[in-house]
Design a protein around this ligand. Structure first.
Ligand code: BG6
Length: 474
């Protein structure tokens, strides 16, 4: 008899895809929607911030999901999704962010979208703030550096919780909340390069987001006792570049740059190591007693994106870099990289799942993972346009096998939502030639194209993964 454990996904595993409003919807100023910080970054995270939007830019129409959502949800239904991660564009509900009355047309749009998902038994997972906020809040209030923004967010959260309480069970507060450290305008509407921004201002903004996130958990649980509300971090496991003890210490420090954000959300207070960090870096932030009480409203689950691992070294010499997602990282010589220079490391996913579960014993949700690649549209033997994207299939297959391993390790994994199940506009570079989807969208970086949707080879592959609950992975 073999002692080998049968590795399998839980029966109630949530399978699906993940999207963000500003990367799909378009309709940038339609039906009363206000401009957002995402509209002010037409070239992606590292481009210039432009408060007056360009005449034309990709996100303005994106993939026109705002008008084509029925067609797209139908395709997701065909894929067999039982979950879809979407985000609400805050500025559809409160165009400037500081109004008292919401925009009914914006609320109605998400009602209709949720009803459409329901038709196909697709459970919504909603992110309240996915890399955007009403642009006015950035311009007039300085984004999250201003404590007042907590009240505006609380009001927004309350309105959408009340409105969708019977339709939505799973919620996420802030997307990749830790990335504000590397891209402060993208994550927090704060102008300036991270190295130019006073550290006290940056950490004060982070603190405001923590309080806002905990408030959302608090009021969310009150309005929807059955709801599960989670935090979301960009998950990047860190490996020491060498076994030198100093590299190991550096690894610990680097990991804490991410874990800090989960620690506060899960434990409801600041970890001790941050006290030292604040002291040594002359960082002073205001944390009131009221804030401390609010932070005690901790999350029900931890969600995270996973695209890559990174390395750490204590050696001051310049080391070869790889492009990370939003931040650049030290190159791991053992890993291959994607066309955009992102290291590919499926085992890192098993590692981070175990690491987070060992640390917190809370359910985990992988809410982003995937390969951004250039696709070539060809015509298949039946005359239909398609993409033969074996590279994407291989990438996802290898990562999902590691999720299966982690489940066998005993990690509680709620689900997996592949990033960009339909091609969308890239967050970091603002392009669309970087594609993640199972569904191709006819649009190019010059804002040309028909918006037609075509199934790629990976469409049927992922459909089979879901149908067999991951039994077909090899
Ligand atoms: C994550 C973001 O950082 O990575 C997404 O949450 C983003 O919004 C995704 O799109 C992939 O990055 P990119 O730059 O390829 O779009």
């Amino acid at each position: 008899m073999s002692n080998k454990l049968k590795k399998q996904f839980p029966d109630d595993f949530l399978w699906g895809g993940a999207l963000a409003a500003n990367q799909i919807e378009g309709a940038a100023q339609e039906d009363g929607k206000g401009l957002t910080t995402a509209d002010a970054l037409p070239d992606g995270v590292f481009g210039d911030v432009s408060f007056i939007p360009r005449e034309n830019y990709l996100k303005k129409e994106a993939i026109d999901f705002y008008h084509r959502y029925k067609e797209d949800i139908k395709l997701f239904g065909e894929l067999g999704f039982n979950v879809l991660r979407i985000s609400i564009a805050w500025a559809r509900i409160f165009p400037n962010g500081d109004e008292t009355e919401p925009n009914e047309k914006g609320l109605q749009y998400y009602d209709d979208l949720l009803d459409e998902m329901k038709k196909y038994n697709i459970e919504p997972l909603i992110t309240l703030s996915h890399y955007e906020m009403p642009l006015t809040l950035a311009e007039k209030y300085g984004g999250w550096s201003n404590r007042k923004v907590i009240d505006f967010f609380e009001h927004y959260a309350r309105v959408v919780f009340e409105r969708y309480k019977n339709k939505v069970k799973y919620w996420i507060t802030f997307n990749e909340i830790n990335m504000i450290l590397h891209a402060p305008f993208n994550g927090g509407g704060i102008q300036g390069k991270p190295e130019e921004i006073d550290k006290s201002v940056l950490y004060q903004s982070i603190h405001h987001q923590f309080v806002a996130s905990s408030l959302a958990v608090k009021i969310g649980h009150k309005i929807m006792p059955e709801a599960k509300i989670g935090c979301m971090i960009a998950g990047t496991p860190v490996y020491p570049l060498t076994p030198k003890p100093a590299d190991m210490i550096e690894t610990m420090q680097k990991e804490r740059e991410t874990l800090f954000f989960a620690d506060v959300h899960v434990r409801g207070k600041y970890p001790n190591y941050m006290k030292r960090y604040f002291k040594e870096n002359d960082i002073h932030i205001e944390i009131t007693d009221k804030d401390k009480g609010i932070l005690e409203n901790t999350v029900d689950f931890i969600s995270f994106s996973y695209y890559m691992s990174s390395c750490a070294t204590a050696d001051a010499e310049l080391h070869e870099q790889s492009k990370g997602n939003i931040m650049s990282i030290i190159k791991n010589p053992y890993l291959k990289e994607s066309e955009w220079g992102w290291p590919v490391d499926p085992e890192g996913l098993r590692l981070i799942l175990n690491q987070l579960y060992d640390r917190y014993q809370l359910p985990l949700f992988i809410v982003e993972n995937g390969l951004g690649a250039k696709d070539e549209l060809i015509t298949d033997e039946t005359g239909h346009p398609t993409v033969i994207d074996d590279y994407r299939i291989n990438y996802l297959n290898d990562h999902l096998l590691q999720v299966k391993e982690a489940v066998a390790d005993g990690v509680e994994v709620m689900g997996y939502t592949a990033w960009g199940p339909i091609d969308i506009v890239s967050n970091s570079t603002g392009e669309i030639r970087k594609r993640y989807g199972f569904i191709y969208v006819d649009r190019n970086d010059n804002c040309e194209g028909t918006f037609e949707r075509y199934k790629k080879k990976s469409f049927n592959w992922y459909k089979d993964v879901i149908r067999t609950n991951g039994e077909n992975l090899v």
